[in-house]
Design a protein around this ligand. Structure first.
Ligand SMILES: *Cc1c(COP(=O)(O)O)cnc(C)c1O
Length: 480
């Protein structure tokens, strides 16, 4: 399997293998990597996959995309990743570990639990695999990487828990000093692993993000200190997420003749992009229900054909903060397919986006073809999410977090008779206590291992907003 760039020149493709793109971010031309073609899953394979464990299913799916890691090694990496130890600690009072269990709320409506990993959010599903892949590939190449990132919550902790203790990897994670919840701070700062460095900058998330950009734009520094990233455009994260669409489909159906709808709380479009690819592979997904919060740049596109990324000033801070995104980094992958995989069209559209503008496909045949891709969309407000959290609790006896509530709200509006609707759970309510208290007047239960983590000793370096200070910190610790 070879990978190409969404902005590449198709007459002169400089395609790459999986391990060649694993450690990098964007393609050199500024595009995102995608496989040359989507591997197809035959009916016979689907029948056979139906009975597989999560790890075996992950191996079956990933083998179609990764052919430059020996099969036995890939199998070992997958088996080491998708274990009960990693994915079954969080679920309170659940003995049978199914990695991603499907919980029915009522006939035809279920929640696929994806947040039972170490940081209580679905990002663990892919990030844990990424940690093992990085370690394996770095060791083969005899290389090291220093991951530099900025976080306001979920991504940073998922990355740290995936990379902790991994050979050849250090993580330098910037966060805004005093701006995360006590729980989020404790999750990250209580890690004592030598290869994990938490840096709290005296500023906002955007200041932290700007430092990361400035350091990455210093090409000499970046090369000398092998600076890398694990952001949501990483192809390995997308491909790992394809697996649970298959798993969820099998759990929701009796036979491979049925269709399933998936509702996906979306921000950077990584999660639902994996659903789109699963569908392109031949998984019978009837509908992909894309749900946003008040930051509705994607909902607007699916309704109108206009993609208008917002600036920071126009981005709302909401009660589903992991979806507070004004520019959806993975969206370019879907648009590449929508425009018939013509990189010249993508280049033209993103020339506008990269210049701070927008594009409008409403009058094009591309927009007319949108229904073929199965997408429908909707959004929620804070009041909607509170109401949905209450409904889920009172009617179904289930506590959902604010992001999953967004997905459930839109799912309830857009479901159709005869097609099961599966809502993807993207975090546990324990991560967003405040809003749960606001909705239900009670605190969510915390998984046993995480009780009192706020009292553990913390390891964090507090700094002013200074690119040089961060560079010096990295130099000191890489050379130590
Ligand atoms: C990251 C995240 C999302 C958004 O997922 P995308 O892949 O960026 O669309 C939704 N909910 C939670 C809890 C998240 O952490």
């Amino acid at each position: 399997m070879r990978y190409l760039s969404t902005r590449g020149d198709s007459r002169n493709p400089s395609s790459k293998t999986f391990t060649e793109i694993l450690l990098g971010g964007l393609a050199p031309d500024g595009g995102l990597y995608l496989p040359e073609t989507y591997p197809q899953v035959s009916r016979a394979e689907l029948d056979q996959w139906r009975g597989l464990s999560y790890a075996d299913l992950a191996y079956a799916v990933l083998s179609k995309y990764i052919d430059d890691i020996p099969p036995a090694d890939l199998k070992a990496l997958v088996d080491k990743t998708y274990t009960a130890e990693v994915y079954c600690n969080a679920r309170i009072g659940d003995d049978a570990c199914d990695i991603t269990p499907l919980r029915w709320l009522e006939p035809g409506l279920g929640i696929l639990e994806l947040s039972n990993g170490p940081t209580l959010a679905f990002k663990d599903m892919a990030m844990q695999l990424l940690g093992n892949l990085f370690e394996y590939v770095l060791e083969k190449k005899g290389e090291q990487i220093n991951i530099l990132g900025a976080t306001s919550g979920d991504t940073g902790s998922a990355a740290e828990y995936a990379m902790r203790g991994k050979h050849g990897v250090r993580v330098f994670m910037l966060s805004p000093h005093g701006r995360m919840s006590a729980f989020q701070r404790a999750q990250m700062y209580s890690l004592q692993d030598e290869n994990i460095y938490n840096i709290a900058v005296r500023g906002m998330f955007d200041d932290a993000q700007d430092i990361v950009k400035a350091v990455s734009n210093d090409h000499a520094f970046k090369a000398k200190y092998k600076i890398g990233a694990v952001n949501s455009i990483n192809w390995a994260r997308v491909v790992a997420q394809i697996v649970y669409y298959f798993k969820g489909y099998f759990a929701a159906t009796q036979s491979n003749d049925e269709q399933v709808a998936f509702a996906v709380p979306s921000g950077n479009f990584g999660n639902i992009c994996a659903g789109h690819i699963a569908r392109m592979m031949g998984l019978p997904i009837g509908k992909l229900v894309m749900a946003t919060n008040e930051n509705d740049v994607l909902d607007e596109f699916f309704r109108t054909g206009v993609y208008r990324p917002r600036g920071t000033a126009e981005t709302h801070a909401t009660s589903s903060p992991s979806m507070d995104i004004s520019k959806a980094s993975n969206f370019e992958r879907f648009v590449f397919d929508l425009v018939g995989r013509d990189p010249s069209v993508v280049r033209e559209l993103w020339a506008k986006v990269d210049a701070g503008g927008s594009f409008d496909l409403s009058a094009t045949p591309f927009f007319a073809a949108l229904p073929q891709f199965g997408f429908v969309s909707g959004k929620s407000t804070h009041a909607d999410r509170l109401a949905t959290i209450r409904t889920a609790y009172e009617k179904y006896g289930v506590m959902v977090d604010t992001h999953t509530a967004d997905g459930l709200k839109v799912a309830l509006e857009l479901r159709s008779v005869g097609m099961p609707m599966v809502v993807l759970e993207t975090a546990l309510p324990a991560k967003f206590e405040e809003t749960i208290v606001e909705a239900l007047g009670r605190t969510p239960e915390r998984p046993a291992g995480l009780q009192g983590i706020e009292n553990l000793p913390q390891r964090v370096e507090v700094m002013d907003v200074s690119v040089d200070a961060v560079k010096q910190f990295i130099e000191r610790h890489v050379n130590a």
